[in-house]
Design a protein around this ligand. Structure first.
Ligand SMILES: Cc1cc2nc3c(=O)[nH]c(=O)nc-3n(C[C@H](O)[C@H](O)[C@H](O)COP(=O)(O)O)c2cc1C
Length: 210
């Protein structure tokens, strides 16, 4: 690790940051030593996924190592691992003294987490979930940008993993999601979403009238 990172630091003009785990397994946690070494070779920031390599994504992350890392280095230290709510973000800052948090899977599950977290950190109150129109507008933007980046077929197929988050708790979500999963082109997805928005608006109007 030292050889790889020091070579990269020497080769590039940009600041180099590292993301790593606590260690190989429970018997080999050497993150404090590793953090010092990384700072020594010129790394400018460190993110730690607070599980070991052996854990994969299983078990709880152990944030209790972070204060020792913070005490050992002066580069910014970011904490990562199962941070998935605004409250957890605040707690992680308070309990670890970290300089930032990194959010992985929660961003796929809830694309609004960043705004929700920012609001919570500033005002200590939770924003309500985004309105239907906002959710489906962001779904559409996200899909269009993915198509621009990856090409239509690949983007539309990969996008299937996002429908459950965008449609969560909406009426008829399971049925609509099943239909969206069949498509490999963007136009039918957008048509189905537009149709869904219209049907939900009349459903909501009918509910309100009861
Ligand atoms: C689909 C997926 C892809 C990932 N790709 C990378 C990657 O390229 N580099 C990396 O350092 N970590 C990668 N990770 C790990 C995450 O960055 C993160 O460390 C891990 O998921 C724990 O954080 P989380 O609980 O917030 O997701 C990936 C995780 C997932 C689920």
């Amino acid at each position: 690790m030292e050889k790889i990172v020091s070579r990269i630091v020497k080769c590039v003009k940009l600041p180099v940051t590292v993301k790593t785990r606590l260690g190989w397994d429970a018997e080999e946690i050497r993150i404090v030593e590793v953090a010092k070494m990384l700072e020594q070779v010129g790394v400018r920031g460190l993110t730690i996924h607070c599980r070991t390599r052996a854990q994969g994504h299983k078990g709880d992350p152990d944030f209790t190592w972070i204060p020792s890392v913070k005490a050992a280095v002066s580069i910014p230290v970011f904490v990562n691992g199962s941070i998935d709510t605004p409250e957890k973000i605040l707690r992680t800052f308070e309990e670890t003294g970290c300089d930032g948090v990194m959010i992985g899977r929660a961003a796929i599950d809830n694309p609004w987490i960043f705004n929700q977290a920012k609001h919570y950190l500033l005002h200590r109150e939770l924003l309500p979930p985004p309105a239907l129109e906002e959710r489906l507008r962001v779904l559409t933007d996200h899909l269009q940008l993915s198509v621009e980046c990856k090409g239509e077929r690949k983007a539309v197929i990969e996008f299937r993993k996002h429908y459950s988050a965008y449609l969560r708790n909406l009426p008829f979500a399971a049925k609509v999601r099943l239909e969206l999963m069949q498509f490999v082109e963007m136009a039918p997805v957008l048509d189905r979403i537009n149709e869904y928005v219209v049907s939900l608006q009349s459903y909501e109007a009918a509910e309100a009238a009861v």
